[in-house]
Design a protein around this ligand. Sequence first.
Ligand code: BT5
Length: 319
Amino acid sequence: MKTDAILDFLRQKDVFVSGEEISKKLGVSRAAVWKEMRSLRKIGYKIEAQPRSGYRFLSAPDKMFADEITRGLETKVIGRPIYSYDELDSTNTAVFRLGEQGIKEGVAVFSEYQKTGKGRLGRSWESPKGKNILFSVLLRPGLAPTEVSKVTLTAALSVIKAVKKIIRAELSIKWPNDILCGEEKICGILTEMSAEADRVNFVVLGIGINVNSDKKSLPPGATSLFEITKKPVDRKELARKILMELEKDYTRLKEGRFEQIAREWEEHSSTSGKRVVAMLLGRKIQGQAMGIDQEGALWIRKDNGLQEKITAGDIRHLR
Ligand code: BT5
């Protein structure tokens, strides 16, 4: 009901505000104000109350509430609106449904936990409750199905730039969709689409980032931002930064400037120049990764000197 309005009002003031002032301003009874304060505290807001002075906002809980992420979000499309949940099967599945309902692009769904978080190729994404960032965004990029991998590469660039704005760490992108610290994974991206033969209806971009969980609660080979810095990271601030970077990069993608994105992606990539092995359907190729082309495909110089490009699948860094 008036919860958002009360929070906004308290936050603007940054001093004690009397119950009477709040009730006048918002046109509700003082009893209603008191009740709202109680329910805000119940969900983790810290609000100081003093009998004579009234109420003072102290802090918001470490929860990915949609309103909290939206506060200070400077985007026009991405994250407009945001929905957030305590638990879902998968944010990708939830956003896919929104796509099928014809909802406009930009809507984002966050969840504190996923019962069946999805990785690529039928793999799973494991993330303990309330510690990390798990979300998906609906996009309608107007690309051909063969070009959708560009969305994944674009998102990887946006995430790494956003994270680097918040923490100092040696992070890199492993083709096509992993963000690593050293060789340990802190972020995975899953792009799914609904398409006809030559036209994409919509794309669901799903991003999972290990933010504040400790290594013990993550699968082997994974690490988190907390493990890197030993300090908790403000998840909402990071989420906002990612959405904002994504809006800028996605706009460039839509305007046909993927070449620019690919160049920046290369600057952050740890794949280019490495010896890699690529697992393709039924066969393996080994050689030196040369970098991505204007379509986002990875070129590998094989040991026999021939070059081959891969457009999808998994690679392993050898050294
Ligand atoms: C990915 O797949 O890396 C894509 C992950 C996308 C997850 C997000 S979360 C929000 C949205 N909703 C979803 O349901 N999914 C998306 P892939 O490259 O296939 O990597 C999956 C593999 O990474 C697993 O087989 C594990 O080995 C490993 N893994 C699982 N959970 C991990 C974690 N939290 N951190 C690092 N690695 C993990």
